[in-house]
Design a protein around this ligand. Sequence first.
Ligand code: ATP
Length: 270
Amino acid sequence: ARAQSMEITEKPEVTYADIGGIDEQVREVREAVEQPLTEPEIFNEVGIDPPSGVLLYGPPGTGKTMLAKAVANETDATFIKMAGSELVRKFIGEGSRLVRDLFEMARERQPAIIFIDEIDAIATRRTESKTSGDAEVQRTMMQLLSEMDGFEARGEIRIIAATNRYDMLDRAILRPGRFDRLIEVPEPDRDGREQILGIHTRNMNIAADVDFADLADDTDGYSGADIESLATEAGMFAIRNERDEVRHQDFAEALEKIEDDDSSDVVSSA
Ligand code: ATP
């Protein structure tokens, strides 16, 4: 059960160079998570504790998981991921036990980065959800907070959580000593999109006529994950047209297809 619900990577391959358009967030994560691991003495000298936990929040597919993996890569830490939804269990005590397992695993493999995705699943405001009234979910959350209290702030385990639903979070988890550093990870702006396009096409055979500035203009509202799909789709159009080089036209067709798919989604759900 332990292995099923946790994703453990000795050293993730993602690096900061793979992340586009959120330089400020990269800087903040490095300061709050990486530096306490690599230069704990600085915090000692200044006489402050580093943040206990860092919460990344923002829309889906913007690079939150990538950020956590890149820190693990940079610090040679084990990356241990668990989804909040996995911690919501049927049987009494099961969620708390998984939380204990999670921290035990981190202690065995330290230095380690614990990443809890969808933290909202176990930390939703009481008024906004049926499940948050659930005593078992509350207990799981309390177990998580007590594990966080239990480890040395300057130690070799750092904890990062992520959510798409910041507004629904139980404010109790944001108190000092808990997830006390908040980093918003927004959708990329125009320049960010151009940077991300560059990242996701760097291994592609791109024709000279591809105008990335133009594509950045045309992808307003796209997340990093959406841009990755766009690049793959453009490659598929090149293959369909029996070319080994991806042209601007392929990107234009890919954009059209994605827009069409989106609007049919709207129709079918209406
Ligand atoms: P979710 O909230 O859905 O878990 P997330 O914010 O954790 O999403 P990631 O899992 O980090 O998103 O991103 C998904 C994929 O989208 C990445 O593997 C990457 O290919 C691409 N991607 C997302 N954001 C960026 C970015 N800022 N730069 C480059 N690629 C990105």
